[in-house]
Design a protein around this ligand. Structure first.
Ligand code: UDP
Length: 394
């Protein structure tokens, strides 16, 4: 099957890293079309996945933009759409991996008469999106998509609650190759030395710096922890949240934690850095659609504490394969960190269980088979006119 994957971003967020794993088995006959250039293109090339930048300029619609702003973006969309339609005719399926990719992909699917798959990596709720963008996403998915792959039960539920048709949806978790999460003791020692972390209890946070990712909650919790506890913040402000970065630095200075918080920026060596941690914290204040970092921490054999909302609840069972805390509650988070500092044996057995479960449940080979099966069914079923006629617009 020849697939045209579409993604709006030039930057490698969770949805983009997931797409690398999905596109890889199809790389000899498929193309990833991006709407912006950046490090994501380089990563795809490193994996020998054909990639083309389809837009001359990035589309400006933001997650919270209103109807008028959305209309204003039509001028930018027209040339991109023409290019995508022309390209799509050389492929069997259009696979939209992000919301703006859905908008273009839906129209292209109609014009080029190709089935559309929408991989939903978001919780479509007003906490994350404007009403206009929610309505556009759900209406286009209902009318044009033959299949909506939701990255968790939480994402699927939000889609249906927003008016999406349940019968279009299938839940497929992100897949991971557990081989990529093995790090030698020698490497761990080296990283700890390089970062000045010897003798510290290291809590790692791996995420772009954005208010809803809640790095400020972890910093607040740190002030309630003993002095040997140190935090590394791995990730950058990918989508222009510079004010938040400034606030984080101010918070650290105000609490006198300059020697206990390290901002490492975006890193490509997440598994190695996780291996150098004693605990990985996930602190999103709004429900996380999936939470790749939670699974990655488990695969690294590290205990993980996650905010109890959205997809994280599907990944972590409190006290079994990790810890859950109320989102936004820094004191509760501090208590879990302090428990992990004190009770190393109990924490290690939870981490070992987490690793064993995650390496089976999120195995990339099994997940890719699940996706291949869905795509094969799609090509068997797809009848351009009938499939559309049978769908109603919400
Ligand atoms: N990540 C990375 N380098 C960084 C910070 C994060 O490669 O400096 C990766 C992280 O390992 C994870 C992804 O970015 O695979 C983030 O995915 P997640 O689902 O946790 O959040 P999203 O970005 O999709 O909101």
């Amino acid at each position: 099957m020849k697939i045209l994957f579409l993604d709006q971003s030039g930057k490698p967020g969770g949805a983009e890293l997931c797409l690398i794993d999905i596109a890889k088995p199809y790389r000899d006959r498929s193309l990833v079309g991006l709407f912006a250039d950046g490090d994501f293109r380089k990563l795809l090339q490193q994996h020998d996945i054909p990639v083309e930048i389809l837009a001359n300029q990035p589309i400006q619609v933001r997650k919270q933009s209103n109807f008028l702003q959305s209309l204003a973006s039509v001028g930018q969309i027209a040339p991109l759409l023409a290019k995508v339609v022309q390209t799509a005719k050389k492929y069997d399926v259009i696979y939209a991996n992000t919301q703006k990719a859905l908008v273009i992909g839906a129209l292209a699917s109609f014009l080029a008469r190709r089935p559309l798959v929408y991989h939903l990596h978001d919780i479509l709720s007003s906490e994350h999106f404007s009403q206009t963008n929610l309505r556009i996403a759900v209406t286009l998915a209902n009318y044009f998509a033959s299949l909506v792959i939701a990255n968790s039960q939480a994402s699927q539920t939000a889609f249906v609650q927003a008016g999406g048709q349940e019968k279009l949806t299938e839940i497929v978790y992100n897949g991971f190759d557990s081989q990529n999460y093995q790090t030698s003791e020698f490497e761990v020692k080296k990283i700890r030395e390089q970062l000045g972390l010897e003798g510290k209890f290291v809590v790692g946070h791996f995420s772009r710096l954005a208010p809803w990712k809640g790095q400020h909650i972890l910093i607040a919790a740190l002030s309630e922890c003993p002095p040997e506890v140190t935090v590394i913040l791995v990730g950058d402000a990918l989508f222009g949240e510079q004010d938040y970065v400034q606030q984080l630095h101010e918070q650290v200075a105000k609490l006198g934690l300059e020697n206990r918080v390290k901002f490492l920026g975006f890193r490509a060596d997440v598994p190695q850095l996780m291996a150098a941690c004693n605990l990985v914290a996930h602190t999103s204040t709004a429900p996380e659609p999936f939470g790749r970092v939670i699974v990655e921490a488990m695969l690294c054999g590290k205990p993980v504490v996650a905010a109890k909302a959205g997809g994280a609840i599907e990944l972590v069972e409190h006290g079994v394969n990790g810890f859950l805390v109320t989102p936004g509650e820094s004191q509760e988070l501090a208590q879990v960190i302090n428990t992990c500092v004190a009770e190393t044996e109990m924490t290690a057995s939870i981490a070992n269980r987490g690793k064993a479960i995650a390496s089976v449940r999120f195995d990339i080979v099994a997940i890719n088979q699940q996706i291949a099966k869905l795509l094969n069914q799609l090509s068997d079923d797809y009848k351009p006119t009938n499939s559309r006629d049978s769908k109603s617009v919400s």
